[in-house]
Design a protein around this ligand. Structure first.
Ligand code: PLP
Length: 396
């Protein structure tokens, strides 16, 4: 007999989420995740992916992935420290280090895993972490795992950060102090104030950690937020993912050689979990080559981002303070946000509603992510559907 306590816990909580508009229906996608996707037999304009550069379906990546299956098989075979380090993993790390402008790189199985791995490898209960209040869930969980004291600062509020850094440093209670931030905040599209953060870090000897999941491939001609500000020599951890702009799967930390050496012997997801497959490693390395050779995809992403933003803003939607192609349409109420997304879907636009706990309560939004792969016709069609549905629901 299975647990009655578990059953009632699950049933009550799922019903509660549904009632409050917080239950996320997951749609199966029938085919590739491109600028258009097929769901329930219907083809929709896809504004929901993080496939910023369209590389998830790129023919060049598909070709090297197939070749890697032929040459290396489908799995890495073991945890990397045992005998799962393939030449393809090392090649990927070498390219990433060149791309990021750091001495070395360690790759992991996902961006989420990176944050689980890297924060707790250097921080412990004798330490403190200053964390932006809007940081991604994987940062929050990575910080918790470390057992360090977590001190949240107001979003991108440099006065608050300086004050808290000062108090924390002067308290003399902590051996090490880290400041951690998203490079680009994924639900709003704003950029962390890295020059000020680095200045504060220098003043109080803080370790700097930037999660650049949404900056890599987007800012700094693709090399990320740290490069965008020219701070490669001043940020200790540049964490990134291979699952968004790079189009594949995996994550990495770029930094000085001694940091990467330490993570290779001390970070648990590296030591106790098998690495990404040969096809993944080869495809990611190819994506990095493409980004290092040309800015074409990056420029197209920005062109499309600016076009969609201008179109939605002109219609009267609240698109927040985005500084990147990420384009939120902020609605507020959770149920209204879900209803808006549903109607957009019925008319042909796939733009998912994002509600608590991904964003704070009462700030529900439809998050739009135009990519380098969208055509102007697709974006025009999406804008006209927004106009129709926005007027129908009294949102504009
Ligand atoms: C800021 C941030 N960090 C980390 C991750 C996790 O990356 P991955 O999907 O590669 O696990 C995400 C994914 O949504 C993210 O937005």
């Amino acid at each position: 007999m299975t647990s009655k306590a578990l059953d009632s816990f699950l049933n009550e909580n799922i019903a509660d989420l549904k009632e409050r508009g917080l239950y996320n229906e997951i749609d199966p996608v029938e085919g590739p995740n491109g600028p258009e996707i097929k769901i329930g037999g219907r083809t929709l304009i896809n504004l929901s992916s993080n496939n910023y550069l369209g590389l998830a379906t790129d023919e060049r990546l598909k070709k090297v992935a197939k070749q890697a299956v032929d040459s290396h098989g489908v799995g890495a075979g073991a945890v990397r420290t045992i005998n799962g380090t393939l030449d393809l993993h090392l090649e990927l790390e070498k390219r990433l280090a060149a791309f990021k402008g750091t001495e070395a790189v360690i790759s992991y199985q996902s961006g989420f895993n990176c944050n689980m791995a890297a924060i707790s490898a250097v921080m412990d209960k004798h330490d403190a972490i200053l964390s932006d209040e809007l940081n991604h869930a994987s940062i929050i969980d990575g910080c918790r795992l470390s057992k360090a004291k977590i001190i949240r600062f107001n979003h991108s509020d440099m006065e608050d950060l300086r004050q808290k850094a000062k108090e924390t440093a002067e308290s003399g209670q902590y051996k090490k102090i880290m400041v951690i931030t998203d490079g680009v905040f994924s639900m709003d599209g704003d950029i962390a104030k890295l020059p000020e953060i680095v200045e504060i870090a220098e003043e109080f000897d803080l370790i700097t950690y930037v999660d650049d999941a949404h900056g890599s491939g987007v800012l700094g001609k693709g090399a990320g937020t740290v490069k965008h500000f020219g701070l490669q020599d001043k940020v200790d951890f540049q964490m990134g993912t291979l699952s968004k702009a790079i189009g594949v799967i995996g994550g990495y930390v770029a930094g000085k050689a001694n940091l990467i050496d330490w993570l290779k012997v001390h970070s648990r997801p590296f030591l106790f979990s098998t690495a990404v497959s040969p096809a993944d490693a080869a495809a990611s390395a190819k994506a990095i080559d493409i980004l290092m050779e040309s800015n074409e995809l990056n420029e197209k992403l920005w062109e499309n981002g600016n076009y969609l933003k201008a179109g939605l803003k002109q219609l009267g939607f609240d698109i927040g303070n985005s500084e990147t192609p990420i384009t939120p349409c902020i609605i507020g109420d959770e149920n209204a946000t879900q209803a808006f997304s549903k109607r957009l879907n019925e008319e042909g636009v796939y733009a998912k509603s994002i509600v608590f706990p991904t964003v704070p309560r009462g700030t529900g939004r439809v998050r739009n992510m135009p990519t380098a792969a969208h055509t102007k016709e697709m974006l025009d069609k999406a804008i006209s559907i927004y106009e129709k549905v926005g007027k129908e629901l009294g949102l504009i």
